[in-house]
Each structure stands twice: as C-alpha cells, then as structure tokens.
Design a protein around this ligand. Structure first.
Ligand code: KG4
Ligand code: ZN
Length: 332
C-alpha cells in the first residue's frame, strides 16, 4: 500500500510517499525561507497515480492560509484521481516519522525497527512541546504540553536576541559548542501540571542576562544586543540557554519514563534534531532511543504519508474530499 502525504501547516510545503507505513519512497520539501527545493527521490520514485492507494493531508494545527493550500490540493487530487483521503493531525504526524525503517533514497539514516508500544513520545517543535503516551496506534493520552511558547519558538527568539540567523534552533546548536554551558544559570519553570511546559520565562531571563553582560539594565533594547554583545558572550548565552531548555524537556521525559515504564521512547518535531537533546537523553534514559534522520524531524510530507498508511491499514475513517475543513487549533 502506497500513500502520498501533503504537509503545508507552516513555512514549508512538502510532500512524501511511503509504502506500508515503513518504507520511505520520496520526500520533497519546498521552503519559502530560501526559495529552494530539496528533492529526495521524487524523480527516481517512478510512481504513477495508479500506484498511489491513498492521499493523506495535514488539516491542523497550523496557520490557516498555509493549511488551506495543502488541504485544497489534497481534496482536488482525491476527487480527480478517485483516491481515499485521510485528514492528519500535524503533531501526531511528527511521531510517525519514527516508524520509517527503510529507504533506498540516498542520505537518510533510519532506525532498523519501528518503536514498540507502549511508546512515550516527546514532541518538540516550533509550535509544540508535548509528552504523549501511545498504548497503540490511535490510542494515546496527552500527558502535558506547552502553556505558552513552545521550545523551538524559544530557540528562535533567543537566537534572534543574540543576532543568530533563523531558524534559531540549528544556529544555537552550531554556536553553543564555542561557549561554556555553565557560565550562569537560568530558571526552569515550575508548572501546576507536572508534564506541562513553559518557555516564556526562560526567554525573559536570557534577555536580562544579556543586558547585564553588556553592563545595561532592563531598559536596554533587545534590538541593540547583537551589536553590544561580543562573540564569546553570544556563545555562552547559546550554550547556557541550550543546556537549560533541553534539560527542562529531558527532566520531564525521565519522570514520564519512570511513571509509565514504556517499551520505547521517541522524540519528534524540529527540536528532535538537536544533538544536545540526543546527548542528554542518551546520558539519562535507561533505554536507547532509535533516532530518525534529522531531515524527518522538521516538517515533511513523509511523516504525514506514514501516518496515512497506518490509518489505511487500521481501517480508520476517511475524510470527505468535498468537505474536509482545516482546523488551525487542532490539538491531540
Ligand atoms: O517541526 P518543525 O519543523 O516545525 C513546527 O512544526 O514547528 O520545527 C521547527 C523548529 C524551529 O523552532 C527550529 O528552531 C527548531 O525546530 N529546531 C531546532 C533544531 N533544529 C530545528 N531546535 C534546536 N536544535 C536544533 N538543532
Ligand atoms: Zn511541525
């Protein structure tokens, strides 16, 4: 069974093709940021519409206008090509990137086996920070989530504050090794829900530290910081922020692991490509994680296609191609 996945919830427009929920056949991302198309295997896949058994599309959560573009495309294709249509929750889709275990596409390193259930998923992206326990496909409980900024958003904002280019996560990842992660400390938010997250406080704390580092008070504009800070100071800020932000999500993942004793742990979403996150989890989790390729952690169509395959294989309800609506605020 082969499913085409379409993803357009945010900056990227992407599509992917997956066989049986596990074999990656194609993955193409068009990024509005650099107007650059990165193809993986689309030309080589040599698939025609006859080969495609279903179409899966992200219908939420995300930016309305972006979601609409993908959903209208998928609806049109489903009608024109007479294929079953599946509406996919973007955040749930991220988790399914971890179920891809084989490909003949060059440049991908995939885990050898799919995650075992029950599975604890840490979903960390530019819009989400969540811990979810999957007892089985389509049978999951949300343990907690971001109450304000998501972790990736905090990476993006701190990067901008110190003058590093967007997207901030990869920029901070590259800068942090030049700095000392112990130069100062930052507060970790205490939340009423033990698996909930908050990243707006740490961002403000970084701002106050950065202002103090250049001998200024809280009235000093954050726009002037990139010029006022020297390179070593920027590297220290990147290193400390990255350590504390990642520690915050790792602390809660370890607690959830101890409480729920899952058979596997997966990480998903753009921040899952962070080498520091992978390092801290390796150090503190008693079991090993089978990490997927970083190219499948950030938004992509293959993860949507993978979940579409599982929906098809498990006889989940299809969407009506004449009426599937977007849901910008969809939650898990
Ligand atoms: O999943 P994603 O592509 O889009 C959303 O659904 O939000 O995640 C994008 C986020 C951005 O905030 C980006 O800064 C972050 O993932 N990110 C990282 C890294 N690579 C991407 N954050 C920390 N370290 C990284 N290496
Ligand atoms: Zn995403």
């Amino acid at each position: 069974m082969i499913v085409l996945g379409i993803e357009s919830s945010c900056d990227e427009t992407a599509c992917g093709i997956v066989r049986d929920g596990k074999e990656l056949l194609a993955n193409a991302v068009f990024s509005s940021m650099d107007l650059h198309v990165q193809y993986g295997g689309v030309e080589d896949a040599k698939l025609g519409w006859d080969d495609i058994d279903g179409i899966a599309v992200t219908y939420g959560a995300g930016l309305g206008m972006c979601l609409l573009a993908g959903v209208m495309t998928a609806r049109t294709l489903a009608i024109a090509k007479d294929k079953p249509l599946y509406g996919i929750n973007h955040v749930e889709g991220h988790v399914y990137a971890n179920f891809l275990t084989s490909t003949s596409l060059p440049g991908y390193v995939l885990p050898e086996t799919a995650p075992a259930f029950p599975c604890l998923a840490l979903i960390v992206s530019g819009t989400h920070s969540q811990l979810v326990v999957f007892r089985d496909h389509f049978d999951y409980t949300l343990l907690g989530q971001a109450q304000d900024d998501a972790i990736g958003e905090a990476f993006d904002k701190v990067a901008r504050m110190i003058g590093l280019p967007y997207p901030g996560g990869p920029s901070i990842s590259r800068k942090a090794p030049e700095g000392n992660p112990q130069t100062f400390t930052l507060p970790k938010a205490k939340m009423p829900g033990k698996y909930d997250f908050s990243f707006s406080g740490v961002k403000t704390a970084v701002l106050r530290h950065a202002q103090a580092m250049c001998g200024k008070d809280f009235t000093f504009s954050s726009w002037l910081l990139p010029e006022a800070l020297n390179d070593a100071q920027k590297a220290d800020i990147a290193a400390v922020f990255q350590r504390v932000a990642i520690e915050t999500v790792v602390d809660k993942t370890i607690h959830a692991y101890e409480e729920f004793q899952p058979d596997s742990v997966v990480i998903a979403g753009g921040v899952a490509s962070s080498p520091e996150l992978r390092r801290q989890l390796r150090e503190r989790l008693p079991i090993e994680i089978n990490y997927t390729d970083p190219k499948l952690c950030t938004d992509n169509g293959a993860m949507i296609a993978a979940l579409g395959c599982y929906k098809m294989m498990h006889n989940q309800p299809t969407a009506d191609p004449y009426s599937l609506e977007i849901d910008p605020n969809l939650s898990m």
